[in-house]
Design a protein around this ligand. Structure first.
Ligand code: ATP
Length: 452
């Protein structure tokens, strides 16, 4: 059974590891940081890209009923009136007159303590719109006002007719896209979990109305399996179906996928049956016909839509947290040591293969390892390190989730030796080592790294 107690210490350790090893840095660090903004470092950028690539590959490339899109962040302001964001995309905000802090009213309890002493002295609740506004062009007036999109979904809806005509798709089919979204959250926090700038991976799957219940159930299953297939612990992933009174008035169903983060359960993704609300609203506001002509039944229908909407940053962080393990290992000297290992799925690991010459001061070993590194870089995410004791280097790669270390030693390069032309391959999870011929490495690594 997984330990489902919140764990602040674990959270601190992971945030620390992220900064120390270059997964995630505080944003604008040299200026003292900008609150709740984070920059992905070399390892984090690659990990996040791998998450997105896996999504794109499995949800779009490998499916015949899906296509991709990359819509602009700025959209016509009418978009946000039609979608309801101008009128309703707000959170309830309260100010405390004593400590001068702002809170989301729904996050406070009557006995929440005020840092200025006692309980808060709160203002009336007012609605705070979460959309960021800016001006487009050089003249500032009402008509130049634009928003930074608070979700990528609307870019899909406004392109429904374009995509359907150019790809000549029949229902059911879906459009997916990945991109940045912006929300002026009242209480951003918990590292990259809730930020004001974040990335989403969203799908709008268009179906005939009578097919929507089936498609909804199928997408909940598909998205749940996606997280499991990439290694999330099933005991820390749960589905939470919304009660009828939680649903938006137009929605027919919604299921959240929640992960048990170090502070407790948090939403990774929501899958919703949004009926034909979005297309109908955009048809009304734009005056364009957004119905679909079904050639089989010869009728016009406004498709229903199933929306699996996930956060890239939340998924990336969940994979990191879930992969983090502290193993007890016995060192070469017989001492008990803690080994930190990120048991990331090899398809997500930011470095898949580390190439290591056994000794730094032997030019022939370094040269051979460099040569191997250059060849493998064309196929895998590779790193090279010649510094320090080999055992320490293995540990450094364990800590960032590198599944395979390859060591070039004297046997590798000594002609006549029976191990000539082989390298030591060391497995992150089992710590076992075996000799593999350099000529066989591609096949060996493809299998170990789950490359199809
Ligand atoms: P929450 O209730 O946590 O604010 P939400 O229900 O408003 O989330 P959606 O509007 O359904 O979120 O957005 C879809 C997904 O986008 C979420 O499941 C989450 O993964 C991601 N997401 C939303 N807001 C943020 C944020 N401020 N920071 C990071 N990711 C976010």
């Amino acid at each position: 059974m997984a330990n489902l107690e919140p764990n602040d210490e674990l959270f601190d350790k992971i945030v620390n590891l992220c900064k120390r090893r270059g997964f995630v840095y505080p944003g604008s660090d040299i200026y003292g940081g900008l609150a709740n903004c984070w920059d992905y470092g070399p390892l984090g950028a690659q990990l996040k890209k791998n998450v997105k690539d896996m999504w794109w590959r499995t949800m779009i490339q490998e499916r015949e009923d899906m296509v991709g899109l990359d819509a602009a962040i700025f959209m016509h302001p009418r978009t946000w009136e039609a979608s309801g964001h101008v009128g309703h995309f707000s959170d309830p905000l309260v100010d405390c007159k004593k400590c001068k802090q702002r809170f989301r009213a729904d996050e406070l309890t009557p006995d929440s303590e005020c840092p200025a002493g006692g309980t808060h002295d709160l203002t009336e609740v007012r609605q705070f719109n979460l959309m960021f506004e800016t001006q487009m062009g050089v003249v500032q007036n009402e008509t130049s006002r634009v928003y930074l999109r608070p979700e990528t979904a609307q870019g899909i809806f406004v392109n429904f007719a374009n995509v359907q005509t150019t790809t000549r798709r029949k229902l059911p089919f879906g459009i997916g896209q990945i991109g940045k979204s912006f929300r002026n959250e009242i209480t951003p926090r918990r590292f990259t979990f809730r930020t004001r700038e974040f990335e989403q991976m969203e799908i709008e799957y268009f179906v005939r109305p009578e097919d929507s219940d089936r498609a909804y159930k199928e997408w909940v299953k598909t998205r749940h399996n996606w997280y499991l297939d990439l290694g999330l612990n099933p005991e820390k992933l749960r589905l939470r179906e919304h009660e009828k009174d939680e649903l938006a008035h137009y929605a027919k169903g919604c299921t959240d996928m929640e992960y048990f983060f170090p502070w407790g359960w948090g939403e990774l993704e929501g899958v919703a049956n949004r009926t034909n609300y979005d297309l109908s609203r955009h048809a009304e506001y734009s005056g364009k016909n957004l119905s679909y002509f079904d050639p089989d039944t010869e009728e016009h229908v406004v498709p229903y839509v199933i929306e699996p909407s996930g956060g890239v940053d939340r998924a990336t962080f969940a994979f990191l947290v879930d992969a983090y393990c502290e193993d007890t290992a016995i060192s070469a000297k017989g001492k008990e040591e803690t080994r930190v290992v990120l048991r990331l799925d090899p398809r997500l690991a930011p470095i898949q293969v580390a190439v290591l010459p056994l000794l730094k001061n032997k030019p022939e070993l370094v040269a051979k390892a460099k040569e191997l590194e250059r060849t493998l870089r064309r196929h895998y995410l590779v790193d090279f390190d010649e510094r320090g004791q080999i055992g320490k280097r293995y540990r450094r790669y364990d800590e960032i989730g590198t599944p395979i270390c390859l060591t070039v030693d004297f046997e590798t390069i000594e002609d006549g030796n029976e191990l000539f032309g082989t390298v030591t391959v060391r497995d992150r999870d089992t710590m076992e080592q075996e000799r593999v011929a350099i000529d066989d490495l591609r096949i060996y690594l493809d299998e170990k790294l789950k490359i199809e």
